[in-house]
Design a protein around this ligand. Sequence first.
Ligand code: FES
Length: 110
Amino acid sequence: MQILCPFDELPENGAKGFRISAQSLAADILVARRDGRIYGYRNVCPHRHTTLDWLPDQFMDPSGEYLQCATHGALFRLEDGLCIAGPCKGQRLTPVTVAVHDDMVVLLSE
Ligand code: FES
């Protein structure tokens, strides 16, 4: 189990990136929050395997409804990582297992 951040630091209808490997220069995973639930994914777009964020912690589309890939604009549902528009429509982000323990967001497995 790896502690990522306090639950309060995760914005509602937003997402935050985390470097979990010392070798990484960018966030390896992202954790999104909606309606008090959290969802974790690898920060890798299924289209060209780039990171999703265009700036640190900038994962959402302008409407705040979907995760968006900065490279070609694919949109992904927070709840299940399904791409609903863009060049990888029908593919999914790779989930990681996250949870909230003692008001902290933790990574349980990659
Ligand atoms: S690399 Fe993400 S949509 Fe193309």
